[in-house]
Design a protein around this ligand. Sequence first.
Ligand code: NCD
Length: 318
Amino acid sequence: MKRHLLSAADLTRDDAELVLRTAEELRSLADRPIKKLPALRGRTVVNLFFEDSTRTRISFEAAAKRLSADVINFSAKGSSLSKGESLKDTALTLEAMGADAVVVRHGASGAPHRLAHSGWVRSSVVNAGDGTHEHPTQALLDAFTMWRHLGSLDGRRVAIVGDVLHSRVARSNALLLHTLGAEVTLVAPPTLFPVGIDTWGVETSYDLDAVLPKADVVMMLRVQRERMNASFFPTAREYSRRYGLDGKRMRTLQDHTIVMHPGPMVRGMEITADVADSDRSVIVEQVTNGVAVRMAVLYLLLSGAEGVAGADESENDA
Ligand code: NCD
């Protein structure tokens, strides 16, 4: 692995598979009464969140603590400084505190990249979601969840459905799933595809009903109203009718097909409650798997040497 995890594109297939194998070993820890390993004792992980988050911040916090790292939660929301300055000043503070890893979520696309390559900090930087750009640990936990259910992702068909335009989850998943050999189809109304989607190396469709029967995985995305400054579809009801996953649509899926959602869900909008709570839904598992995957990422970035498995593919480059 490289020193930072900024984009799903930073991961080679070997890197990604090492994270998945390491996460598998670490996942068994969740079933033990004492959920802790000494691997990162004496290391400091800072959670730097400029944007609202519940599950991602808690997940990173749990992951770092289960590896015995010291965790500092730094919620920078509400700062009145201009963005560039506040990021730099914050970075210098973190550096002074001796952070080994900084997990950063920021509303501006590219902020983690800036932090990693500015020379302000010496720590590893992990992107926990930047604007509409990327969310690589979400893609890793999604791939891990698929892999546990379906085995190898080679040739598997993954449909990612909904607000692709505003979704860092969709972008990171498209990159990582491509690396792992899966075939991705993005499904959205024409207004919710980003410009340049043809360069993503994925299939696209406006027709959910045509895509569902062929999919091995259906990943529903939240409609990100907080990022919408215009009207992208006529009404919520019309959106749900064309792009929502309800019980009727779910019955057209193959028996083995799983339903995913990164959370937070808007029940009744992109997914109905009966689908979210059905046997096919692995949404709660995604949360559990998120901790194991983030443990693996922190472990591999900070411990430098071998994976827990004793593999030695990882190296620290500066
Ligand atoms: C996603 C995010 O923040 O990008 N959620 C998450 O990380 N749990 C997706 C979303 O907000 O819809």
